[in-house]
Design a protein around this ligand. Structure first.
Ligand code: GLN
Length: 223
């Protein structure tokens, strides 16, 4: 009998519920992580979008930062939007140092304020084609260190130059957009199977479940 993979979703703040739905649609068990013991016996972890400053403060306040740092140094993790800010080496205006396991420098709110949020076509070699990314007060990756692979690029938009919006360093993935806010599960599927090496139940070739309806984009709080 095959064992169902257990994947944690950091659930201190942000759109963790959407990640849980995406993971469950791919047939894995999604586990809420709000305390250190919730990290026990997880095969991988997802760190959601939301507000990185709030999440860092909550991690510091409830003693989760050190156990999380230990987990992400050793086990597969995917951070999306605020999640990539928390995994990176540095970003501006954070109240505490981020976890620093992903050798990138991240520019917060790189495309403007909440009202400048957008969705756009991305290029991704690891998916073998295009992807439609949702960007909500999104960061962009300014610098990538040696050994960091670019896995998603946002083409030039108007006067904006192309930017790096997805990276992988070993078992660590950072995405600047929100794959959990669309019904296209290819990034979750790629993370779970190719990066984390987990065996997933069968879904169709694109990793898309027709039964998963597109979701409305939630508003996030401005800082
Ligand atoms: N702007 C937020 C931050 O800096 C990230 C936004 C998001 O996760 N959608 O933390």
């Amino acid at each position: 009998m095959s064992v169902v993979p257990r994947v944690g979703v950091l659930s201190l703040q942000g759109d963790f519920a959407c990640h849980r739905s995406s993971l469950e649609a791919l047939g894995v068990e999604a586990v809420r992580v709000v305390r250190r013991d919730h990290l026990d016996a997880l095969d991988a972890l997802v760190m959601p979008g939301g507000e990185s400053t709030t999440m860092l403060r909550l991690m510091e306040a409830n003693g989760l930062k050190e156990p999380l740092a230990a987990f992400v140094r050793a086990r597969p993790v995917m951070g999306t939007c605020a999640g990539v800010i928390l995994l990176g080496r540095d970003a501006e205006r954070l109240p505490f140092a981020p976890l620093g396991v992903l050798d990138v420098s991240v520019e917060r709110n790189a495309y403007g304020r909440q009202i400048d949020s957008f969705s756009s076509r991305l290029e991704s070699a690891v998916l073998g084609g295009d992807y439609h990314g949702v960007f909500i007060r999104a960061p962009r990756i300014r610098r990538v260190g040696d050994g960091v692979q670019v896995v998603a690029t946002l083409p030039a938009r108007g006067r904006e130059a192309p930017s790096i919006v997805g990276v992988r360093q070993g078992r660590i993935v950072g995405l600047c957009f929100h794959p959990e806010l669309t019904s296209d599960l290819r990034f979750h599927r790629w993370f779970l199977s190719d990066v984390a090496g987990l065996a997933l139940p069968a879904v169709d070739a694109r990793g898309v479940l027709a039964s998963l309806a597109p979701r409305a984009v939630p508003q996030t709080e401005s800082s």
